[in-house]
Design a protein around this ligand. Sequence first.
Ligand code: ADP
Length: 576
Amino acid sequence: MTLFERLKPKFWDYQDIAAGPYKHLFNFRRIWNLAVVLVSLVALIPLVSITLIDYGVTRHSVESEVLLRTSRLVSNTWRTVSFFLAQRRSALDFVVRDNSYNSLRDPVRLSVILETLKQGFGGFVDLGVIDSTGLQRTYAGPYKLEGIDYCCQGWFKDVADKGVNVSEVFMGFRRTPHIVISVKHDLPNGSFYVLRATIDTDRFNELLADLEVSGQGDSFLINKDGILQTPSRDFGKVLDKIPLPVPDFSPKTRVYEESFPDNKKLVIGYAYIHDTPFILLIVKQKDELMKPWQKTRLQLIGFLIASMTIIIVVVLSVATYLVNRILLADQKRIMTLHEVEYSNKMASIGRLAAGVAHEINNPLAVINEKVGLIKDLFTIKDEFKENRKLIELVDSALSSVDRCGTITKRLLNFARHLDVKIQTVNLEEVIRDVLGFLSKEAEYRSITVSVNVPADIPRFDSDRGKLQQIFLNIVNNAFTAVKDGGKVDITAKREGANLISVTFTDDGCGIPESDLERVFEPFFSTKTRHGGTGLGLSITYSLVQELGGSIGVQSEVGKGSSFIVAIPLKMEKKEK
Ligand code: ADP
């Protein structure tokens, strides 16, 4: 048995034979499908839409937050780096304004100034004074760089032009990466000199390395050719070229996304540092930044799946429950109709029987009287007395009249009991009355019917008409089940003070175990092709209930069946 067959609701394969032209009204599977589809759609569409909208909005806000945070970090770092350089440039400006050219030419004085700058600002490595021809006149610092000629170097030309220069990181004569800040000062004679200071790049590197960049981020400076000015964790060491394109100039901080490498998404924030060759870059891994979103996303999807499952389970159960109830109500309706039809039929039969019995009783009385007279005459007159043949004929006529009398009495009895509700009944009499209707069939098919009602069963108050119907239905079924020459046994038993049981046992075909539970269901029949309606036992069941009793069945296929009816001896006198 498949799972579906096990879970299949009652109405699934139900065919309403009694529905006639209104079949479409009673297509329960269609009603169920319609209910399930419509209710599911009405419940699921808003749920899915709201979840999708929420999904989009949440994702968008997390992305915006990521971009905003990166932009803020770039701005702050940009301010720190710019301030670091501007501060040192201003210090040099102050030195050239505060000292005459001659005093700066004095190596001792220059060393004192260098010492002061180192202590005041930090980051200064050496100081040099260069005349307008590019020659380093005086030098204070750890190297021997006095007398070096800078006239052909780009930075010197630039400072001569613009008055100030911040160089890119370069190796220079000393072979270590450093940057140089130089300021020009004009002399009264129209000439000029340049004060040049070397700044330790370690200070820079520390500044950027100390930054806490989330999302496995990396922060570094590059020049306009994409050459690293400070070391980067992911893209190489100082003076390497980064594998990313150099971002376009922008006067403000900007953040954009780039796929690199192996389609890894990067969030890149950058800012150009004014009056220097530097661009500050902060690069973060987007996947890392979006991790909080992954968790929210899982929660949203989990919520959606759980809600959808609950909705579908509830819709399926409620629809199945309701359609099953409609089916039951409909079956009850049809059963009641049949019951009414059945009672009407019984009432008509009763009236007819009573009419016929009355009509026949009168002529029968006449025949009885006349034949009795003839018999008397025969016995008085000697000429007939000895004629045994004639006497036998008259006796047979009288016994036939007697039999007719019994039949009319039974008919009248049957009709009378249909109207009366509760009365004192004799169980054996009721059973024999019912068998009376079937005696011809029993005789014809040689079915042996045995009745065993023990003497301890008293007369009791009950609805005789109902008892008749109950017994008639059960015996009728037993007759259908047995073969010609079969046996039906009816045994009554007293069960305690207030209960009797009547067991109808036949040796017929029996009932398969799978059908045993269903025989009392309305419309369950294995004889639909032979005129069975499946209502006999269900009506019997409700009649037994109305009498306050119960009915059960035991059966074995091929051996026969037993229907046991338990009836209370005292019945509450209440009308249906
Ligand atoms: P119907 O007789 O119209 O089919 P019932 O409600 O009286 O309807 O019986 C339902 C079914 O129960 C029958 O179709 C038959 O299969 C089974 N049944 C009832 N009584 C017996 C019996 N004595 N022996 C075997 N099967 C029976």
